[in-house]
Design a binder for this molecule. Structure first.
Ligand code: ADP
Ligand code: ASP
Ligand code: MG
Length: 448
């Protein structure tokens, strides 16, 4: 059971989490918790402030974090317990202050340090929730996930190591669950084999939960969040979005990858391997059915559009070379450049002499352009967006592509790339970011 930031944002939310966990008590729940809402962003801003000569301001922000967590403690506990919890929170916050000071002196902020900063969020929230669980549920253990979530050392985007995680979950978590204890741990953070703190990337608590669920052969992986489940679109963009009761693993992963923030894009991977259903549920409406994500074969391809996701902050590159004509190995040469710079390419369309593609970060873009210019003309367009129209069986739905284009034409949205046929579950379109709301709303209106 993974609870996201808004599900633990204050004392009332934490009480609610405890009630939800109690209803699942008989199923030996492992609880994975995110930082309280907004705290990871605040910690990263503290880190950047500390190194940018803003040490004093960063320390002020740290004090605001102290107040926030102390207030939750104050609302949840009384007397001796309150005193002890606040002392434990203070100890963590004091470590954070020390970190700010050392970074300010060093004047250098590495990804490794960033991960240590970010880790405080989950460490603080889990500490609070743990003491609340002790009061409401008795037999509870707080496990430092860094003993189990072993990752490589790609700081800020660390990759979990499946075998180690499985072994350690078997040793450290399974016996406790079997013994009737509720095990509570942190999402998002991990550690290298040497014990250096890492994180799995923003929004990574979902991924933590999926890995731990998979390691423990869980019956299901529950992702508790602040919306009723996976909806047909981001409700912040299209308020009339509908709840999707079932999705295939593939539909869910395409949606997540193309911007449905409700699930971290990799969440589904460990679940697919072990065929564990993933349920997305609303902690503010726990009786709701939520969304169940299951193996594709269990869902009949509807050939209908089920959902629309979008991702902004995309750059598009047009790479053109007449030398490409009839030349074997040309594409390999182009993609070798992206690979050399560690950049993944998302949407692609090619014709005889040109390639259009998208990347979701501007990091290294100058190097890539320079390397490509050695053999091709390159044009870069920033501020683009990818829209992803998802539904199992879309690959063989004859009318959908035509309707997508007609709808966008009607809405006066210019389509820069259309990728069709590469996947049987999605059609991807690249448009200017300025048009994205208009485009998504009109597609939602047309299909959903
Ligand atoms: P948590 O902190 O629980 O992990 P997130 O903020 O990461 O929550 O994800 C939940 C948010 O994802 C929702 O509040 C919603 O705005 C956004 N979202 C984007 N696309 C979708 C979608 N297709 N369905 C549901 N929510 C979506
Ligand atoms: N707290 C982390 C973040 O904000 C991880 C998560 O919430 O999933 O990115
Ligand atoms: Mg999230």
């Amino acid at each position: 059971m993974k609870f996201g930031g808004t599900s633990v944002q204050d004392a009332a939310a934490m009480r609610n989490v405890s009630q939800i966990v109690q209803t699942e008590r008989g199923r030996e729940p492992l609880v994975v918790v995110s930082a309280c809402a907004g705290v990871t962003n605040a910690l990263l801003s503290v880190a950047r402030g500390a190194v940018g000569g803003g040490g004093a301001k960063a320390l002020e922000q740290v004090e605001a974090l102290r107040t926030l967590h102390r207030k939750i403690a104050h609302d949840l506990f009384k007397g001796e317990v309150l005193f002890s919890v606040q002392a434990q929170l203070d100890a963590l916050i004091d470590d954070l202050r020390d970190l700010v000071k050392s970074i300010a002196i060093l004047g250098e902020l590495t990804n490794r340090s960033l991960d240590t900063f970010a880790s405080f969020g989950e460490r603080l929230s889990s500490l609070l929730l743990y003491h609340h669980f002790v009061q409401t549920m008795g037999k509870v253990v707080l496990l430092d996930v860094r003993e189990v979530m072993i990752t490589d050392d790609s700081f800020t985007q660390a990759a979990p190591m499946e075998k180690e995680i499985a072994e350690r979950s078997e040793q450290l978590i399974a016996p406790r669950l079997k013994g009737g204890e509720v095990v509570l741990t942190q999402g998002f953070i991990g550690a290298t084999r040497e014990g250096i703190t890492t994180t799995l990337g923003r929004g990574g608590s979902d991924y933590s939960a999926a890995h731990l669920g998979s390691a423990l052969h869980a019956e299901e992986i529950q992702i508790w969040t602040d919306v009723d489940g996976v909806l047909s679109c981001d409700p912040r963009l299209v308020p009339s979005s509908k709840l999707l009761e079932t999705l295939s693993f593939q539909e869910a992963s395409e949606l997540a990858y193309f911007g449905a923030k409700v699930l971290h894009p990799s969440t589904i991977v460990p679940a697919i391997q072990k065929n564990i259903p993933v349920r997305v549920l609303n902690s503010k409406n726990p009786k709701g059915a939520g969304t169940t994500i299951v193996r594709d074969a269990q869902i009949r391809a509807s050939r209908q559009v089920k959902a629309i996701a979008c991702k902004t902050g995309i750059s598009m590159m047009n790479i053109r070379s007449t030398r490409m004509l009839l030349m074997p190995g040309y594409l390999a040469r182009v993609f070798e450049v992206f690979s050399r710079y560690g950049m993944s390419v998302d949407v692609i369309a090619t014709s005889e002499v040109s390639i259009s593609l998208t990347v979701d970060s501007l990091e290294n873009i100058d190097g890539i352009v320079a390397a490509l210019k050695e053999f091709a003309d390159v044009e870069v367009r920033n501020n683009m967006a990818t829209i992803c129209v998802v539904g199992d069986g879309l690959g063989s739905a004859r009318d959908v592509p035509a309707r997508v284009l007609a709808t966008l034409d009607h809405a006066e949205v210019e389509v820069s790339i259309l990728s069709l046929g590469a996947s049987r579950v999605n059609i991807s379109i690249v448009v200017s970011a300025a048009d994205v709301k208009k485009a998504v709303s009109s597609l939602h209106e047309e299909f959903i």
